[in-house]
Structures are given as C-alpha cells and as structure tokens.
Design a protein around this ligand. Structure first.
Ligand code: FES
Ligand code: FES
Length: 155
C-alpha cells in the first residue's frame, strides 16, 4: 500500500492503496464516486469512462498510480447545482433506458465536445463507437450531442 495523490473534480485527494489498483476501484470504493461503472473490466465497453485532462479514458484498465492531471467524473460535470448542458440535453432527449452505460456515453461525448464543439454526424459516430449500449440508445445519444453542438454554434 502507498499514498497516491489525485486531483478529482477540482479537489486534491489522497488514498492509501496498492498503486496497481484500477482507477475505477479507487473512484468508486475509496472516493465514493459512483458515476463511473464497472461493465467489462477489459477496456471494451466504456461504462467506466472518466476524463483526464480533456481526454476520455477507461478507468477500469488504468492503474491509479499512472494517472497524472485533472480527473473529471460524471459527478464533476454539474456546477453549483446546475447541470452541464450535456446532462440537460440527455434529459431533453430522454436518452437513457436502463442507464447502465450512460456514464460512458456522457463522458465520452463531453470529451468529444471539448475538443470539437460542432462535430459532424460521422465524427460523433467515430468518437462514440467505443461506448457500448445494450439498450441501443445510440440515436438519442447522437441527438443529445447535436443539441448541445447547435447551442454552442448559435451563441
Ligand atoms: S468497464 Fe471499463 S471499458 Fe468496460
Ligand atoms: S441504456 Fe441500457 S445499456 Fe445503455
């Protein structure tokens, strides 16, 4: 065990853990952040996605000691009780069904819009292809992303 320092959702955190522990386990079990989900544990479904310095990463296959930079989880998207525009778009488009994959969908979309505020349909499909959904919410995910992109474009 050793002390690992993390910067999560704008706050410095320390955890006493095995450095090889997956980031996902630390976020959920040590820090109580239940947004990222365990799906496959193999980097293949996207349910565990978090953002590190603007990039979407799989927290299930990332050792906690490897993480440098600012970690944002689903809990870090809303500010002062106000939903992120992407979360609001998710509600407006009624995207989720069972909900299990939705952390991965939202966090992957957030990273996409961070680097490309007005993506084409093809760019959305490419960016989102690793975020799997057994309920087939893909069309509504795309609609929610485009809803936010339109807002950004109109400003
Ligand atoms: S749980 Fe991490 S990619 Fe599936
Ligand atoms: S909403 Fe059920 S797996 Fe995506």
């Amino acid at each position: 065990m050793s002390i690992v320092k993390l910067h999560v959702n704008g706050t410095d955190r320390e955890v006493d853990t095995d450095p090889s522990t997956p980031l996902l386990y630390v976020l959920r079990n040590d820090l109580g952040l239940r947004g990222p989900r365990f799906g496959c544990g193999l980097g293949q479904c996207g349910a565990c996605t978090v953002i590190v310095d603007g990039a979407a990463i799989r927290s299930c296959t990332t050792q906690v000691s490897q993480v440098r930079g600012q970690i944002t989880t689903l809990e870090g998207l809303s500010k002062d009780g106000k939903l992120d525009p992407l979360q609001q778009a998710w509600i407006d488009e009624q995207v989720p069904q069972c909900g299990y994959c939705q952390n991965g969908q939202i966090m992957t979309a957030k990273a996409l819009l961070g680097r490309n505020p007005n993506p084409t349909d093809a760019q959305i499909r490419t960016a989102m292809e690793g975020a799997l959904c057994r309920c087939m919410t893909y069309y509504r995910v795309q609609a929610a992303i485009k809803r936010v992109a339109r807002r950004e474009t109109v400003k």
